[in-house]
Design a protein. Structure first.
Length: 274
């Protein structure tokens, strides 16, 4: 049986397998953290250009996060030494910033999580570098559609499996693979918490969605087959068949009537081209 826990902002929150239910002050905290994440991703849009190194973009993320009164949640997380993840082309997620420079035709996911006043604003977005081919552009477009289709399922009385089922149906209708090895997650005071939000599955299954639940939806969609493999660095996941992969991510909260997106772009830069 799924366990839920109503938490106060002053509670010590532990990852104990329960799904946390939050109140108005928590929603306000997530709005602030989510807005900083979205503003950071907005600011990167003109900077993602051929010849720019992923380390330089990571530096921008770190400085914007600090300037916003937050810290990058990834910095020091399980030994990770950067302020964001930057995943290029066939990298599915958790790409590590480096001196590697972007090239014309690349597609890039940048994933940021400012920790502001104790709340995690987790979001990622795709960027097109220069002249990107039609197949890659279509993959990015469909991946964004998958995200928003999943968001529309997030409402009280629905089941968590409704989100994954809707995403899987749309992705596979376009003959794309849906990554299963990585999923969305509960978020809030904790970076990663219950529930796990799998982006495939069966409608009508899984925990009941209730007002006050916070979690991410972040489908990873492959141009080819779904399986991934890990590189030796212990972080970077790539498509096993070397096909392109795309991802978008929002942090949301279930409300009495639907859901609130905490990480929506203030400038309307939700999906490329920006």
């Amino acid at each position: 049986m799924t366990q839920y826990q109503t938490v106060a902002d002053s509670d010590t929150v532990l990852r104990d397998g329960t799904i946390k239910l939050h109140g108005p002050e928590a929603f306000a905290g997530m709005r602030r953290a989510g807005r900083l994440a979205a503003e950071t991703l907005d600011a990167l849009a003109p900077l993602v250009q051929p010849g720019v190194s992923t380390r330089a973009l990571d530096d921008v993320v770190r400085q914007m996060t600090l300037d916003g009164g937050a810290i990058p949640a990834t910095l020091g997380y399980r030994g990770y030494t950067h302020s964001c993840c930057i995943s290029i082309n066939h990298v599915v997620c958790h790409g590590i910033p480096s001196e590697k420079t972007l090239k014309d035709g690349d597609i890039v996911n940048i994933d940021v999580t400012p920790l502001l006043d104790g709340w995690h604003g987790d979001s990622s977005r795709m960027y097109l570098v220069g002249d990107v081919g039609l197949k890659a552009r279509r993959l990015v477009e469909v991946t964004y559609e998958c995200l928003m289709i999943g968001v529309r399922q997030a409402r009280p009385g629905a089941r968590l499996g409704d989100i994954g089922a809707a995403i899987q149906r749309h992705a596979e209708a376009n003959r794309y693979g849906v990554v299963r090895e990585f999923c969305g997650h509960g978020v809030g005071r904790l970076f990663h918490d219950a529930p796990e939000v799998v982006h495939a599955g069966h409608a009508g299954t899984g925990p009941l969605l209730k007002p006050g639940m916070f979690f991410t939806i972040e489908p990873m969609i492959n141009l080819g087959k779904a399986p991934v493999r890990m590189l030796d660095d212990g972080w970077t996941a790539v498509t096993r068949d070397r096909s392109l992969s795309a991802q978008f991510e929002h942090s949301i909260g279930i409300t009495e009537t639907g859901c609130e997106i905490f990480t929506e772009s203030p400038l309307g830069l939700h999906k490329p081209p920006y």
